[in-house]
Write a protein that binds this ligand. Structure first.
Ligand SMILES: Cc1cc2nc3c(=O)[nH]c(=O)nc-3n(C[C@H](O)[C@H](O)[C@H](O)COP(=O)(O)OP(=O)(O)OC[C@H]3O[C@@H](n4cnc5c(N)ncnc54)[C@H](O)[C@@H]3O)c2cc1C
Length: 309
């Protein structure tokens, strides 16, 4: 029987992420060694160039100011200010770009109300500008707070907000069912964090199966589905399923990461599907890069090859 080494590799890299020596080394050399493949630069100006180019290629985009786990109120407020500037710039540049952000970047660890208030400020500006904000999903310990904040904002009348469900969590089907009456705009992902078997399927085959389950429920529900994966089998399944059921292309989109399967992104866009490229930028790219490395052993080889060039 073939042994799936990927889960072991994944936990090795994700555990190493917390190691100070690893962090120091990667932070120092990562950009030069290939982080730029996944991150659209460290400044907003650099990101705008990339977003414009992707739009010109027929791709929609979102952007994220990289950062997470903020534990200082002033720092969280500064992040809000930066996002206000990003929203204004997207508008001024006429980009087909929305925002995806992490609640711990807005200060979730300092209090749920604080993070919710910060997000409300951004949603108000986004609404004025006709834009949309998606709340990324972080570790399983933060799912409850994230969904509570999402619900609160929907109750307060914001319909320009969406969130994410992770197929590796046992709870996600239940969460999806309870959100469906809100006609939610949901991004479905497999899940990028290190989670114990008490909360998440340890086997990739089970995660993939659950992804299809969630996709079926969401696509046949009243909301909008962002199918965020590079897994071609899932993408083909979604194409066939929506065609069979007569689900319009305005009810879902595909989402992939900047620097990953660009060929597939362009191919789907040419075939008339809406494709959004998630295109983050900023100086705090370390944790983001490590999650991308953990997803694929070949990415570590890519970095190592650059080391010896
Ligand atoms: C737009 C978007 C937003 C996301 N938001 C979140 C979020 O909010 N919370 C969260 O926990 N996770 C998020 N993720 C990450 C997600 O959970 C997965 O870790 C990631 O997408 C890899 O899984 P996959 O679905 O592509 O399938 P996999 O089965 O991991 O990969 C399928 C194939 O895709 C390609 N591939 C996948 N990943 C990579 C990579 N890093 N580099 C190169 N090739 C790759 C390979 O060819 C691989 O064989 C997001 C992913 C996307 C695309």
């Amino acid at each position: 029987m073939a042994v799936d080494l990927n889960p072991m590799f994944r936990s090795l890299i994700l555990s190493a992420t917390q190691n100070r020596a690893v962090a120091g080394l990667v932070r120092k050399h990562g950009m030069r060694l290939g982080a730029a493949r996944f991150v659209a630069g460290e400044t907003l100006d650099e990101a705008v160039e990339v977003l414009r180019r992707l739009n010109q290629q027929g791709l929609y985009t979102n952007t994220t100011l990289l950062g997470e786990g903020v534990r200082d109120r002033d720092q969280a407020r500064a992040v809000v200010e930066e996002y206000l500037e990003i929203l204004d710039r997207i508008h001024a540049e006429n980009l087909k770009t929305n925002i995806a952000l992490k609640l711990t970047h807005l200060g979730l660890d300092l209090g749920e109300d604080f993070a919710c208030d910060n997000l409300r400020v951004l949603l108000e500006r986004a609404r004025e500008l006709g834009n949309f904000i998606r709340i990324d999903m972080e570790e399983s310990a933060r799912v409850d707070a994230t969904l509570r904040i999402y619900r609160r904002l929907r109750e307060q009348g914001f319909d320009n907000v969406g969130t994410v469900l992770q197929a590796y969590l046992y709870r996600s089907e239940e969460d999806l069912r309870s959100l469906l009456p809100l006609a939610p705009n949901l991004r479905l992902v497999k899940g990028a964090y290190l989670e114990p078997p008490s909360v998440a399927f340890p086997k990739k085959a089970d995660v993939d199966r659950n992804y299809l389950r969630l996709a079926e429920l969401s696509l046949t529900g009243p909301g909008y589905t962002a199918v965020a994966t590079h897994d071609e089998r899932i993408i083909d399944w979604v194409i066939n399923f929506t065609e069979q059921k007569g689900i319009g292309r305005d009810r879902f989109e595909f989402q992939m990461l900047y620097g990953v399967r660009s060929d597939l992104q362009l191919d789907l866009a040419r075939r008339g599907y809406k494709v959004l490229t998630a295109t983050p930028f900023g100086k705090e790219w370390y944790f983001y890069l490590m999650r991308r490395l953990a997803e694929r052993p070949a990415n570590v080889l890519f970095i190592l090859r650059n080391l010896f060039k």
